[in-house]
Design a protein around this ligand. Structure first.
Ligand SMILES: CSCCC(=O)C(=O)COP(=O)(O)O
Ligand SMILES: [Mg+2]
Length: 243
C-alpha cells in the first residue's frame, strides 16, 4: 500500500530499512570479530581506539580491563547484537579500512537507490541515522554496487553524535543540527521502538515492513507501513506551519 508523506527531509535507518540485516550480520560482523584482537594490541594507543576502550571499561565497570578482556566483551556484545557505541566505533575503524581495501561492499535493496536518487533530484534533503558509527555509514554509502551514494546525503548521525535511537531526545538533537522542522522530517526505520521515539519528537514516521527482515516492524505497526521504498510517496510541497 502506498504511503504519502509531506516532508522536505528524510532520515534513513540502514539495517533492515535501506539494507539487508543479513549482510551486516553475516559479512560485516564476522569481518570485525576477526580483527578486534589485532586492533586492540597493535593500535591500543591511537586516540580513537583509546576513547572506545575507555567507554568499554566504563560499561563493564572495570577500569583496568586489558585488551583480552575488552576483546571478550566486544565478542559477547556482537553475539547479542548489542548496539553499544564503543563496539560500533571500533567496528567503524575496521570496516572503513575493509571498504577502502576492497574487502567489503555495501548492500542496498534494489528498490532503494532509484528512489533516493529521485527524491534527491527533486530537492529532498536526505540524512542517515544508524547505530553504525558515522565512519561506518560513510564507508557503507561510499562503496555500493550502485556507486558512491555519499553525494546524496546531507548529513550522518550515530549514537555518539545524536544519542540512542530509542530516545526522543536524539531526534530533537538531529532536528537542531539539520534545522528542518520536526513536522517536515520523515524517519524511515524497521524498528517500532525507534519510530515511537521519533514520533514523540514530532517527526513523521514510516515503518519498513520488508518480509525478509528478521526484526522488521509488523504490517500491523502503529506507524504508516511500507514494504519497500517504492511504496513511499514523498510530497515535497511545504506543509503549512512547518517552516
Ligand atoms: C553500515 S552501518 C553498520 C550497521 C550496523 O552496525 C548497525 O548496527 C546498523 O543498525 P541500524 O541502526 O542501521 O539498524
Ligand atoms: Mg534498523
Amino acid at each position: 500500500m502506498t504511503q504519502r508523506f509531506r516532508a522536505t527531509a528524510v532520515v534513513l535507518d540502514i539495517e533492515g530499512t535501506t539494507s539487508a540485516t543479513r549482510h551486516v550480520t553475516d559479512v560485516l560482523y564476522p569481518y570485525s570479530r576477526r580483527r578486534f584482537a589485532r586492533l586492540l594490541t597493535e593500535r591500543w594507543d591511537e586516540p580513537e581506539v583509546r576513547a572506545a576502550v575507555e567507554q568499554v571499561r566504563e560499561l563493564l565497570d572495570e577500569p583496568e580491563a586489558d585488551a583480552r578482556r575488552v576483546e571478550r566483551a566486544l565478542g559477547a556484545w556482537l553475539d547479542e547484537d548489542r548496539k553499544v557505541t564503543p563496539l560500533k566505533s571500533l567496528q567503524g575503524i575496521i570496516w572503513a579500512e575493509g571498504f577502502a581495501r576492497g574487502d567489503l561492499t555495501a548492500h542496498f535493496y534494489p528498490d532503494v537507490v532509484p528512489v533516493l536518487r529521485r527524491w534527491h533530484a527533486r530537492g529532498a534533503r536526505l540524512y542517515v541515522y544508524s547505530s553504525g558509527s558515522v565512519s561506518a555509514q560513510r564507508s557503507w554509502f561510499g562503496h555500493t554496487p550502485q556507486g558512491d551514494l555519499r553525494p546524496l546525503v546531507s548529513g550522518f548521525f550515530d549514537t555518539r553524535t545524536a544519542g540512542p535511537k530509542t530516545a526522543s531526545a536524539s531526534y530533537r538533537a538531529i532536528t537542531a543540527a539539520t534545522g528542518v522542522p520536526p513536522a517536515a522530517t520523515l524517519f524511515l526505520s524497521d524498528r517500532a521502538s525507534e519510530l515511537d521515539a521519533a514520533r514523540e519528537a514530532g517527526w513523521l514516521t514510516g515503518a519498513l515492513t520488508r518480509p525478509e527482515e528478521p526484526h522488521g516492524a509488523s504490517d500491523r505497526t502503529a506507524h504508516p507501513a511500507a514494504r519497500s521504498f517504492t511504496d513511499i510517496d514523498l510530497d515535497l510541497e511545504l506543509a503549512e506551519g512547518t517552516v
